[in-house]
Design a protein around this ligand. Structure first.
Ligand code: PLP
Ligand code: COI
Length: 340
């Protein structure tokens, strides 16, 4: 193991810091170049780039984990490669070959190895790939050129306290439209969520829950993570909707709830008026990992699930199973782990 950067690993939050290398590759004249590692964290692009005006961009989020023996591993990076290409298709951007994507992630992690937090601190290396339309363009149309870049940062918990209950409030606004771009990881969805996030934070909540944009009766997801609940009769339930992000963590938990915990696991509608069907609830995602939901505020009333201070038993088991696999302490289903 190489020498580690001088960082207070146990007290990291989720904030940007410059690390040593990032990857960048350019798409021009119909093809991607080889790509390279660079040391600067600035882009120089045309002021007329579509990413700046028309939101032609998408991104990803995945993590590298340090195992007990000092090795480094990625969790399901091919799923991120597939998902960035769904975003690329939706916004008329060139796809990135999956091997190119995963290879670039590996290059970035290896080059920044000193920033991969030590095992046991709970911290991880968050990897942020982005694909943006660049070049001279002003009419509403796809860009002539594209940049694919990846940077990484060491991170701790996304929500304060990590594996501690957080309260959420239900937003009156939508992050996505019924047939819009909700299922793609495009910046526009996040721009649309900033105001509701601001209101939620101002009122003391961790983030907000969005309802389905058509009827406002069903839970969609959190602004930065998917939602799950454990019903009174021990079923793992997570919303099914074409306008939420197909979370890799969510699909992993659906599998683990069934195969490892022996729970029934279902994707289906979750009615905001029927929160009493759940004894536990949580938010799940790469950044959020599993964040227990203490309560959800809706129409001025806070519905508390298991507790506002303690984590429920099923949520704890799911967390231990997921993190056990990610940090290499438990055996992973075939293909889930890629060694760095
Ligand atoms: N939903 C939204 C809106 C997100 O930003 C994220 C984070 O990536 C997720 C869900 C969780 O997705 P994943 O588990 O693939 O990180
Ligand atoms: C992630 O979990 O990777 C996310 O993208 C969530 C948030 C930081 C936007």
């Amino acid at each position: 193991m190489s020498k580690l950067a001088n960082i207070d690993w146990g007290n990291l939050g989720f904030s940007y810091m410059k690390t040593d290398f990032r990857y960048v590759s350019t798409w021009k004249d119909g093809k991607w170049d080889e790509g390279e590692l660079v040391t600067d964290n600035k882009l120089s692009i045309s002021v007329a780039s579509t990413a700046l005006h028309y939101g032609q961009q998408c991104f990803e989020g995945l993590k590298a984990y340090r195992t007990k023996n000092g090795d480094i591993q990625l969790f399901r990076p091919y799923e991120n490669a597939k998902r960035i290409n769904l975003g690329a298709q939706r916004l008329l951007m060139p796809e990135i070959p999956e091997e190119k994507f995963v290879n670039a992630v590996l290059q970035v992690v290896r080059a920044n190895e000193t920033y991969v937090p030590p095992y046991g601190t709970g911290a991880t290396l968050y990897i942020r790939p982005l694909l943006i339309g660049v070049g001279d363009n002003i009419g509403v149309g796809p860009a002539p050129e594209y940049l694919f870049s990846i940077f990484c940062i060491p991170v701790g918990p996304y929500f304060k306290g990590g594996m501690a209950p957080v309260n959420f409030t239900v937003s009156d606004f939508d992050r996505a439209a019924p047939y819009g771009t909700g299922a793609a990881k495009v910046g526009g969805n996040y721009a649309a969520s900033l105001y509701s996030y601001h209101l939620a934070k101002k009122n003391g909540f961790g983030d907000c829950i969005y309802l389905d944009p058509l009827t406002h009766t069903k839970i969609e997801e959190v602004g930065s993570a998917n939602f799950f609940g454990i019903t009174l009769d021990n079923e793992f339930v997570t919303p099914k909707s074409p306008s939420i992000l197909p979370s890799i963590t969510k699909y992993s938990l659906l599998y683990l709830a069934k195969e490892n915990l022996g729970l029934k696991a279902t994707e289906r509608d979750v009615l905001i008026d029927n929160l009493k069907e759940f004894k536990e609830a949580g938010a799940c995602g790469t950044a959020a990992v599993i964040t227990p939901i203490g309560g959800i505020e809706y129409k001025g009333k806070l519905h508390v699930f298991h507790s506002e201070t303690e984590v429920g038993p099923n949520t704890t088991k799911l967390y231990n199973t997921l993190c056990g696999i990610q940090f290499g302490d438990l055996e992973a289903p075939a293909g889930w782990i890629v060694k760095v």
